[in-house]
Design a protein around this ligand. Structure first.
Ligand SMILES: C[S@@+](CC[C@H](N)C(=O)[O-])C[C@H]1O[C@@H](n2cnc3c(N)ncnc32)[C@H](O)[C@@H]1O
Length: 289
């Protein structure tokens, strides 16, 4: 069965494709502002230390707004995930990067090795997920990030007056898909549970992204100096000594061999039983004894 986010987004994209040109449908399906917001996202990631030789995982990459703005970084490794195949195909087409991956995602497990990516992004994705779903992603993001790696995501924020209209539209049930709000204090709790550090929360109504040069949008407006995405942005970091830190979260009597014996699928997958228990097992009520 399709999950709510997959059914909603597939329907949105199919409807747009039946009404307007492909280019317009691909831009509108992910919220418009295709060229200049892609550049704003790129500049934000550069500000947060995106390594031009590193590996970037873009969860909910959509039609390639960010990928398009990054396509001239010759040594960047990029993995885009989304739930709508038409968006992924378009992103692949406009970036024309044979070496980049655009993969269909289902569920919240990430098909990537532990400690394998330098940075993860999810722009306007947690906005469309239940909190439990975002938390499940966050646990996986923690697993795949290299120690010291950052996760940059945007969200609808109760603290921002400009976001209130979206909430009232939710109340009136005007939207055809979920528009989830997040309170920054909730992110703190998630990060405490997963042993992640919050580097910063940037309100969506205040410029915080420095542009290296002026950017002209499709309406001819010139943006310069500090800009914002509209949604608030949170930057989270996996601690550098994350292995030591995360092991401190295990129950005192945790027995790794016993855990593997009781959960043979984890043993077969070759996953570190301690990391598995912390990021998944405890939420799945896996047997310990
Ligand atoms: C508002 S769009 C933003 C797209 C892109 N991040 C950007 O800023 O241009 C949200 C995207 O998230 C995708 N999406 C929704 N649920 C998802 C999930 N559970 N996992 C991955 N992508 C998802 C949608 O298909 C859509 O492309």
């Amino acid at each position: 069965m399709q999950k709510h986010y997959e059914a909603d987004y597939q329907q949105l994209v199919s409807q747009k494709l039946s009404k307007v040109s492909k280019e317009q449908a691909m831009a509108e399906s992910i919220g418009g502002n295709f060229l200049h917001f892609g550049i704003f996202q790129r500049e934000l990631l550069l500000q947060q230390g995106l390594a031009p030789h590193g590996c970037l995982l873009d969860i909910g990459c959509g039609s390639g707004r960010l990928a398009n703005a990054l396509k001239n970084f010759p040594n960047l490794k990029y993995i885009g995930l989304d739930v709508v195949p038409e968006l992924l195909s378009y992103a692949q087409e406009i970036t024309a990067r044979e070496d980049w991956q655009f993969n269909k995602q289902s569920g919240f497990k990430l098909a990537l090795e532990n400690n394998s990516v330098n940075m993860v992004t999810a722009f306007s994705v947690f906005t469309h997920l239940l909190h439990e779903e975002s938390f499940a992603y966050l646990a996986e993001i923690r697993r795949v990030l290299k120690p010291g790696g950052k996760f940059v995501f945007s969200f609808l924020d109760f603290a921002i007056p400009e976001h209130w209209a979206v909430f009232t539209a939710n109340v009136l049930q005007i939207h055809d898909h979920l528009n989830q709000f997040i309170d920054p204090r909730m992110i703190e709790v998630w990060c405490q549970h997963l042993q992640l550090d919050i580097i910063g929360v940037f309100p969506g109504n205040e410029g915080h992204i420095p542009l290296s040069e002026p950017v002209t949008d499709a309406q001819g407006k010139i943006h310069s100096g500090l800009v914002a995405l509209g949604q608030s942005v949170c930057v989270i970091q996996k601690p550098v000594d994350s292995t030591a830190t995360i092991y401190a979260m295990l129950p005192e009597d945790f027995d790794a061999e016993r855990y593997l014996a009781l959960n043979p699928d984890i043993a077969a997958a070759g996953i570190d039983p301690r990391v598995h228990f912390i990021t998944h097992g405890q939420f799945e009520n896996r047997r310990l004894k």
